[in-house]
Design a protein around this ligand. Sequence first.
Ligand code: SAM
Length: 329
Amino acid sequence: MATGGPGGTMSIHALHDDHGRTVRYLRLSLTDRCNLRCLYCHSNARHQCIPHEKVLRYEEMIRLVQIVRGMGVGKVRLTGGEPFARKGCDDFLLRLRQRFDDLDIRITTNGTLLEEHIPLLQRIRISAVNLSLDSFDRETFARVTGRDMLPEVLRALDAMLAAGIRVKINAVGLRGINDGQLADFVHAAMTLPVDVRFIEFMPMGSDTLWSPENFWPASDIRAAVEQHVRLVPLGDANEGQRGPARMFALEGGKGRMGFITPLTNHFCLSCNRLRLTSDGHLRTCLFADREYPLRPLLRHPKVTDEHIARVIAQACKSKPVGADLLAAR
Ligand code: SAM
């Protein structure tokens, strides 16, 4: 493969690290801005928006995708902030698809602004939409997110299913907040063709609201779910154990349920991700503070794609094992 960019072509470097892992997946934050204020999200606590001039332009993001595409990354997830809160998001998605016909494109969204974008998501053959939805109860939704917008999210959910888009609902398990509402989540997974996945509340950042009182371990969530429905483990052949979620079919149900256990049973040794912040900092691990500033390289007229690729490869090489960092805190 050869790429353009200022002054150079480049050969393929696969992104291997010192723990035998190969990076194939980029999480790209389109913006740090969000229209919700979820109580578990540490970015709310430090909510000083990144000035516009520091946010990567869409063409810079496309250049970066092109560089990592040449290094074996086949899957890109757009996230934020709230990706649909950034102007021009649809046009960017379209350009991404036009440029990379075989790229696995996914998006993570709170769903509040989603409905009008669904035809475009269909058009670009989005692989799946991860919908963050921590409660089907309007009051609890407003308490968790700071906004009374559950009806908008449920409308978008219905519209996605009608459009045949694959949906994964992600709920952060919060003891004392949504732990009394499992029946709603089980009902969704029974009646809709969706994956409903619980994520353990992670202590992110120094200003986190995380505490042992509101931490709800996935083993407890699973036991509570099993009060409602029989869970049938899915093997690898069903994509049950690929990725961070342990997935289950539901006896008699249309959907599936799963558990993501970053704290009680980490999956760091199979982590294949890189993250890029909206202001162009590369992060190789969610739990590591170390960032590699790529924006100055992208904006320097003499820096080639090859040079940026080398910086990314070097950063990946020392990708840490996040669980070790957490344990040392
Ligand atoms: N705004 C988009 C959304 O709501 O999906 C994308 C960004 S948001 C930070 C992505 C998701 O990360 C959240 O909805 C939640 O599922 C997860 N998340 C954020 N902070 C978390 C935490 N402290 N513990 C567990 N999951 C968290």
